[in-house]
Write a protein that binds this ligand. Structure first.
Ligand code: PFF
Length: 476
């Protein structure tokens, strides 16, 4: 353990850093795409409900566990359970999951950087061609972008919590919000944008199906960075004078607002591009959709703003998503780094270097799994489909382990650490907490229906992904 644990300097610094972690590709890309294919406003309603009633309590549980133990997730599980071997599994999962998510996130961030450079160098015409994306991800230039990004991230991480992460977030987060507002207001003035606004804001309740519901929960969980140990780790850097519940509420609010505005940007832009679009067309693959569909939308703006204007618009958008991805990526990697510092006594530099080297190898394996190397492209098969190395990382860690980690955190906090200790930690820095509605709600929900829902989501995903069932209930 380090004697003097690093701390965020201010409440604002903490909120911006936590929001910087939470706001990422999930908000700016995942949310609008999901909203478009799942009934616009209907999705928004379900999503908001999940954020308030399920995600916020889990977020508060993770943060208070971190602040109480002053540790990384593994250390936190060990400290509270007196090194119990069973609970250690939760700790390890909360270290390995972010590490593996960082691997898949790095691949996407590299593409964003390349698309930003493509747009700013006036390449939008080529980028909007259908084959551009698959040619690009299989070209040698990906490795150059990967090298650049790795150096940037390594540098920020090596600079530490206050000088690196907090400083980066303080600059990038406000710039991101300003850019997002400018882009959104601008799109809303374009012809046909209002069709998109109506689609986004008037709920079509018939579109709320079980799969929309589970999509919304998965999206909310990922977007708020839950189940990845990040909030346990960030909680450990929060000063005792701060209120955890109000910090968590602010983070959730910022995260959800950014997702909301991203929807208000992308959905109207889709309708400006093609007013009679069939939105179910959007429901295919979300990753490639973003990289093939968005350049097309941006290019279509040239009729109004000329080719230069369209490229400029696209560069601002990709830069925005790149910033968001960068702050998230740095925070994901902070989890295993702090575990190495605390548990193995490594210096920050040594932790960054050793974990960075492992991450780079795995990112390379993912990068070549889109066709460059057959072994990684056809890595394995399950659930009736051939899977690449990249697919496996997403299926296992993003889709499956995340809800499982959430389930474990709830049980751990309420039944092992115990509600009374949890409440005592929440009272620190928050005089009004005792007896409040928030207290009653989070105590009750975390010990009852939240873990049940998360367990069901986990089992359902396992059945669908790995056994090829249509849903959990198919077994019976
Ligand atoms: N919440 C981020 C997003 O929505 O893109 C992803 C993320 C960031 C996950 C940080 C985990 C994390 F630790």
């Amino acid at each position: 353990m380090n004697d003097q644990r690093e701390q965020f300097r201010s409440k604002l610094g903490f909120i911006l850093a936590a929001a910087g972690s939470a706001v990422g590709i999930g908000n700016l890309v995942g949310f609008p795409v999901n909203a478009a294919k799942s009934g616009g406003a209907a999705f928004l309603l379900v999503y908001a409900g999940f954020v308030i009633f399920i995600c916020l309590p889990v977020m508060i549980a993770e943060m208070s566990l971190g602040r109480h133990t002053q540790r990384n997730p593994l250390g936190a599980y060990n400290a509270v359970s007196a090194n119990s071997a069973v609970w250690k599994i939760g700790g390890w999962l909360a270290i390995i999951t972010p590490f593996m998510i960082a691997v898949f996130y790095q691949v996407l961030t590299v593409w964003l950087l390349a698309y930003f450079v493509g747009a700013i160098t006036g390449n939008l015409n080529a980028m909007a061609q259908p084959e551009y994306f698959s040619e690009f991800i299989n070209s040698g230039s990906v490795f150059i972008y990967l090298a650049i990004l790795t150096v940037i991230i390594g540098f920020v991480l090596n600079s530490g919590v206050q000088n690196g992460i907090e400083r980066l977030a303080k600059v990038l987060m406000p710039s991101l919000l300003v850019m997002l507002l400018i882009l959104t207001s601008f799109v809303l003035t374009l012809p046909n944008a209002m069709i998109g606004v109506k689609f986004y804001l008037i709920p079509d309740l018939a579109k709320i199906t079980p799969s929309v519901i589970s999509n919304a929960l998965g999206q909310a969980f990922f977007s708020l960075s839950l189940g990845m140990g990040i909030l346990i780790t960030y909680g450990s850097y929060v000063a005792k004078r701060e209120s955890i519940t109000s910090g968590a509420k602010m983070v959730a609010l910022v995260d959800t607002s950014v997702a909301f505005f991203a929807g208000l940007l992308i959905l109207p832009a889709i309708f400006v591009f093609n007013p009679s679009i069939d939105t179910t067309e959007l429901s295919t693959s979300s990753v490639s959709l973003v990289f093939t569909f968005l350049p097309k939308i941006f290019l279509s703006l040239q009729t109004t703003f000329g080719y230069f204007g369209a490229n400029l618009f696209a560069s601002v958008f990709f830069l925005l998503v790149f910033f968001a991805a960068l702050t998230s990526q740095v925070s994901i990697l902070q989890v295993p780094i702090s575990a190495f510092q605390d548990e193995l006594g490594f210096s920050r530099f040594k932790s960054v270097l050793s974990l960075g080297a492992c991450a780079v190898l795995l990112v390379l394996a993912s990068t070549v799994s889109f066709g460059m190397v057959a072994y990684f492209t056809e890595f394995t098969s399950y659930g009736g489909a051939t899977k690449s190395f990249f697919d496996v990382v997403i299926d296992v860690f993003y889709d499956t382990i995340l809800p499982l980690n959430g389930f474990i955190v709830c049980l751990f906090v309420i039944y092992k650490w115990r509600t009374s200790n949890f409440n005592s930690e929440l009272k620190v820095g928050d005089d009004g907490f005792n007896g409040s509605f928030t207290q009653k709600y989070i105590n009750f929900s975390l010990g009852t229906f939240i873990p049940v829902i998360l367990l069901l989501v986990f089992l359902n995903t396992v059945c669908i992904k790995f056994f090829g069932f249509k849903s959990l209930f198919d077994i019976f």
